[in-house]
Design a protein around this ligand. Sequence first.
Ligand code: NAD
Length: 366
Amino acid sequence: MTRYKIGIFAGDGIGPEIMDEGVKILKLIEQRNDVSFELIPAAFGANAYFSHGDCFPDETKAICDEVDALIKGPIGLSHEDSKKIPVDLQPERGALLPMRRRLNTYANFRPVSLPKELAHFSPLKPEVIGEGIDLIMVRELVGGLYFGNKEVGVNADGRRYVNEALEYDEDQISRILIEAFKVASGRKQVLHNIHKSNVLKSSVLWNEVLEEIAPDFPDVEVKHMLVDAAATALCLNPGQFDVMVMENMFGDILSDQGGGILGSLGLMPSACIGPEKAYYEPSHGSAPDIAGQNIANPYSMIGSVAMMLEYSFGMHDEAKNVWAAMQGIFADGYSTADLSKPGSDVRMIATNEFGDKVAEKLLAQG
Ligand code: NAD
């Protein structure tokens, strides 16, 4: 029997609710395979600040180092509640970015997928969606503006100022581009390089490195697009994209737009991969506006579990089974509240019911 240790960081807001559904599916997968998952829960995020005085306590750091992979719920508080935590200790600055740095999870894969039959979930018109949306965003996750030097102070004129650096070196750029080329090579052999080289020197270097790497992937056609144009193109013609690669902040923003064109951030799982460690998390935040109501969409979390089965444990068939089970629920006419529009005949189900239905479908597959 293969044994894996998995860190379970439920997080804040809707995190614990959707994590319960992810764990439900993990346990089911464990039961029917020659595999054992040791699930190790840990405090991470605002909840950890209130219980341990630190959004990323030492015990949680130790668990990061010990596990084979980990799955994480969203962290963070509402704008107002965030003020209860000092700025430098707040969940993203105090936990998320340090964890990404610690695990060196530089490659973030964010599928944006909506089959044609589910086009009614999207705010885009069916003729815009065409044959469906099926693209993957590859986002650099441990560099750029989010990790650069930060300086806050008062200048000589007595004015408050801030200076944040967008830093990349060529190795950081090449390793994420290589990942993106590999993904593109295994899909439709088209890679959209998203940048801002008309303004940012970091994008100029990014593109230079890309030109050097591209000959190693002769089967992949590279298409360049400025990030602002890409934001529009995602709405007007998402079908033109298959694999998109971009630096950290562009990926943060464009991937939320990915959730927008699908109809909900609840449809956005992700995988964060480093040379030795990987973790998996929904792309969205802790949704304080709907927390505690059992209405969040756990697709993003269960999809993150599917990505962990595939990327970390090589359980490709089970990963496919999980995706198929979730699509089947939508095909049966059910959805969580985020995807049901006024006047639609979609039957609304709760967070836990969605998880139960995924489990039922998996069991029915045998
Ligand atoms: P958000 O992603 O939490 O929510 C935006 C909107 O999407 C809300 O209306 C929310 O209800 C909805 N939504 C998100 N996930 C959903 C789901 N699974 N099912 C149904 N609806 C869903 O963004 P926000 O409100 O700007 O941020 C809330 C907190 O999350 C902030 O503290 C922010 O810093 C944090 N955040 C954390 C992460 C992370 O942990 N990786 C990522 C983004 C934001």
